[in-house]
Design a binder for this molecule. Structure first.
Ligand code: ZN
Length: 186
């Protein structure tokens, strides 16, 4: 197990759709452990495999003191929406009001290849949507209105970290003070 560098916005891996896990083997269990350890260290509320440079459909979360992970997820969403601030470990120190479904049911597999269903509202639902988006190469700024996205992009371009990801090939580790997109980034 090891803590991995978190890729920042600008890294192409973040906009590349991840592929399904086929082998539920020891390497997968190591990936889940690395994701979990990296998320806890950040600290974050969730982390998807592309955020550590691995293009597989795997993510982890830490919500309400419960750790979880899900592999090859599919999502069912409520029509009812929720409002709330959202952030992302790949966008240090930034958060935006991001509309999401209030309730989500995620189906997938655990690292042992057993089918699991995760049902959540509010924060957990938001996290399941945010992380599944990561697996599809979709980022939370893509969920903003075009006007809000413009504001966000301006702040991103002005941020200290922007440009580091693309220029260095792999993202540097950046320590930031814990911010407040539901307490932690995802
Ligand atoms: Zn994220």
């Amino acid at each position: 197990m090891s803590i991995q560098p978190i890729r920042l916005f600008g890294d192409p891996v973040l906009v590349t759709p991840a592929i399904d896990v086929v082998d539920f083997d020891k390497e997968l269990r190591t990936l889940v452990a690395d994701l979990t350890e990296t998320m806890l260290e950040a600290p974050g509320a969730g982390l998807a495999a592309p955020q550590i440079g691995v293009g597989l459909r795997v993510f982890v979360w830490d919500i309400d003191d419960a750790l979880g992970h899900l592999i090859n997820p599919t999502l069912d969403l409520s029509e009812e929406l929720q409002e709330g601030e959202e952030g992302c470990l790949s966008f240090p120190e930034l958060s935006y009001e991001t509309p999401r479904a209030f309730r989500a049911v995620a189906k997938g597999w655990n690292m042992h290849g057993e089918p699991v269903t995760i049902e959540g509202t509010e924060l957990l639902a938001r996290c399941l949507q945010h992380e599944t988006d990561h697996l599809n190469g979709i980022l939370f700024i893509d969920r903003l209105s075009s006007a809000e996205r413009k504001v966000a992009m301006k702040e991103i371009r002005q941020s200290e970290w922007f440009g580091l990801a693309a220029s260095s090939g792999s993202s540097p580790m950046i320590k930031v003070s814990p911010h407040d997109p539901f307490g932690r980034g995802v």
